[in-house]
Design a protein around this ligand. Sequence first.
Ligand SMILES: NC(=O)c1ccc[n+]([C@@H]2O[C@H](COP(=O)([O-])OP(=O)(O)OC[C@H]3O[C@@H](n4cnc5c(N)ncnc54)[C@H](OP(=O)(O)O)[C@@H]3O)[C@@H](O)[C@H]2O)c1
Length: 294
Amino acid sequence: MRGLPVVGIIGPGRAGVGLALALARAGYDVRLHGRRKKPVPKPLALTVGPEHQPPAWIPQAGVVILAVRDDAIGPLADALARAGAIHAEHVVLHLSGALGQEALGALVGSRAALGSLHPLQTVSDPERAGDRLKGAWAAVEGMPRAVQAAEQLAQSLGMHAFRIASKAKAIYHAGAVFASNYCVVVEAVAQRLLRHAGLSDADAWRALRPLVEGTLENLSRQAPLEALTGPVARGDRATIRRHLEALTHDDAVLYRALGRAALELAQKQGMDETTAAQVAAELGTDLPPVMRKT
Ligand SMILES: NC(=O)c1ccc[n+]([C@@H]2O[C@H](COP(=O)([O-])OP(=O)(O)OC[C@H]3O[C@@H](n4cnc5c(N)ncnc54)[C@H](OP(=O)(O)O)[C@@H]3O)[C@@H](O)[C@H]2O)c1
């Protein structure tokens, strides 16, 4: 039976250090490289060098992971190609959610297996990455050997790997942005509105937290379609009008856009066309085109 590959990670940021730590704890021999010195948690050790100079450990690595921000993946692949650092036996992966193997296009001539592994999870504290990644889904795409290696890494960390087409990654990642980042943004808007209602910043968030936790708890048991409540789902037009009268122009724009999306869910849940048209008129939007649940 073949042993675990040596995994080399370039980019000691949140994802890079988090993944390196989780893989080291799962028994992998992990190398980590950055362009400047910084402390990294044990048992990791960081090698450092200028951007155009590949890490010295590359020949020993079976899998090389480019854990740099999305815009830096192409230039880093280009620098590795120019240095002739990558060979046919290597698997090279990046971690971007929005890009596919084409981001590593500069390395095609090396005949290495190219692909991507995107953990559908947010990693802000590398120490907690192992726990966070366990049970998370991970989108995998690329050349067959790269997909195989990415699936093996995902499996070792307790992630559920699934395959995705390269050209579907942008829309997939936009979905992830709505699920995580924009969810945070919407909570920040809610906190600001409660502040306008007279609560302190701290109290606004303390007051909202149980509501947010209740919502997430509902969502852990029900799909979004079943979990939606509120004035749009109920067809409470006068309440919607009062909200819009109270909001600033910018907040009303956001309220209308999200309200229209909520109306689409309400229609799928069986709201009749007349009520839906009245709610749309109150929101000042058109009626969303709806595919019924059945
Ligand atoms: N964090 C997450 O939750 C998460 C989840 C899934 C996927 N990802 C993906 O993971 C990738 C990295 O994201 P991140 O959140 O970890 O970003 P990040 O915290 O900004 O880290 C990027 C790291 O790359 C380093 N870097 C940039 N260019 C480099 C180069 N040429 N050579 C060596 N190191 C270089 C940066 O170092 P400097 O300090 O020198 O700039 C920084 O340490 C992205 O593709 C992202 O989409 C992230």
